[in-house]
Write a protein that binds this ligand. Structure first.
Ligand SMILES: CC(C)(COP(=O)(O)OP(=O)(O)OC[C@H]1O[C@@H](n2cnc3c(N)ncnc32)[C@H](O)[C@@H]1OP(=O)(O)O)[C@@H](O)C(=O)NCCC(=O)NCCS
Length: 219
């Protein structure tokens, strides 16, 4: 694969562009989006090409693709773009940060993205199209399904994540717990028991004090 085309022009696409440019020998040639999403002709200094024309300018025999779409719609939008790119004949790239700690022999599918300082313990299995944001920890023998998103979270040992699960910022899933298909675990939530499919778990946000910071006694 010479270079990749990144599907998307949002925040995740910017991150994907950064890491493929600075931490791989692949690099990014261009961005692509559905024609109705084209606002600008370039993004991050590279051309933005309509998805229905991308294979004419960047043939699948020479270029790969990465779908940089977020976790909305429990990752279904990104899964659909991976499938659409594969249908056009593109090889789908994956990225493992050189600053991630990954066990030897780790298997993972296409469109997987593992950022800096992620720690993946031995015998973990990762499916296809799995995004693991920086500083997450995936415990020994955990199994991550397809099309999941994990943001700076901690999974204990032998956790099972169903397909399309979303694990939010700083969330924790205890060891031996199964998270159902399409479950959303919100930021800061703690999951101690198995969840059902498509449940949403929300942590209670910290409330502001009645006292302004100018009146704190710092006891
Ligand atoms: C889990 C999380 C996404 C839920 O967020 P949320 O603000 O409750 O989501 P919504 O805006 O859809 O819901 C707001 C309210 O509308 C309700 N609502 C949403 N969709 C609804 C629907 N279709 N019908 C009726 N009510 C609905 C919700 O139940 C909620 O009500 P509540 O406040 O009484 O609980 C949020 O808590 C969270 O953790 N976000 C951060 C995730 C994260 O870490 N992302 C990583 C960044 S890379």
């Amino acid at each position: 694969m010479k270079k990749i085309i990144v599907f998307g022009v949002g925040e995740f696409a910017e991150i994907v562009h950064y890491y493929f440019t600075h931490d791989t020998d692949i690099g990014v040639a261009s961005f692509t989006v559905d024609p109705s999403y084209i606002d600008e002709e370039s993004f991050n200094g590279l051309p933005v090409v309509p998805f229905d024309e991308v294979e004419r300018r960047y043939p699948p025999s020479e270029y790969g693709m990465f779908a940089a779409i977020g976790y909305r719609n429990v990752n279904r939008d990104r899964a659909a773009k991976v499938a659409a790119a594969q249908a056009k004949g593109y090889q789908i790239a994956s990225y493992l940060s050189t600053k991630a700690s990954v066990p030897s022999g780790l298997t993972y599918g296409p469109n997987t993205f593992v950022m800096d300082h992620v720690v993946i313990e031995p015998y973990v299995q990762i499916g296809r199209d799995v995004i693991i944001w920086g500083s997450s920890k995936i415990g020994y023998r955990s199994r991550i399904g397809d099309h999941c998103w994990i943001t700076c979270a901690v999974l204990g040992a032998a956790v099972e994540l169903g397909d399309h699960a979303v694990i939010g910022l700083d969330a924790t899933v205890a060891s031996y717990v199964s998270v159902g298909t399409g479950t959303v675990v919100g930021a800061g939530a703690t999951i101690l028991k198995d969840t059902k499919d498509f449940e949403v778990y929300k942590a209670r946000a910290t409330r502001p004090s009645r006292v302004p910071s100018t009146r704190l006694r710092y006891r």
